[in-house]
Design a protein around this ligand. Structure first.
Ligand SMILES: [Zn+2]
Length: 121
């Protein structure tokens, strides 16, 4: 007695497994991309802080009273910090973590309350 083998059924299984693997790979690539973006924004922020420090130092030493350039630097830094927060949120989402809307802490995907501030999800 031989068992009937349904080729289509096997093929479906193979395709399903391949689809799952592809999804996992894409998720990994997404997470890596987000990580790289976070690193880039972090180094941009560091550079801006350094530039801001140099400007303040130069202006003080040369008795230049130019608040505008400092204000521009700070506005740029504000923008970068917002960008960083959004990227961190994305990274948490990609890692299936819950980001607390109140304090921004990453919590486990099954959490009902924030581990830091106790906010309910
Ligand atoms: Zn919280």
């Amino acid at each position: 007695m031989s068992e009937r083998i349904d080729v289509n059924e096997i093929w479906d299984e193979v395709k399903k497994a391949a689809g799952k693997a592809e999804k996992k790979t894409n998720e990994l690539i997404d997470r890596s991309k987000i990580k790289i973006s976070i690193m880039n924004v972090n180094s941009e922020i560091k550079q801006k802080y350094q530039k801001l420090g140099e400007i303040v130092y130069y202006n003080k030493n040369n008795k230049i009273d130019d608040e505008d350039i400092i204000r521009i630097c700070i506005a740029e830094l504000d923008g970068l910090h917002i960008k960083l927060e959004n990227l961190k949120k994305k990274a948490n989402e990609a890692a299936k973590l819950k980001t607390c809307p109140n304090c921004g802490t990453a919590n486990g995907k099954d959490a009902s309350y924030c581990s830091k501030c106790g906010s309910e999800f």
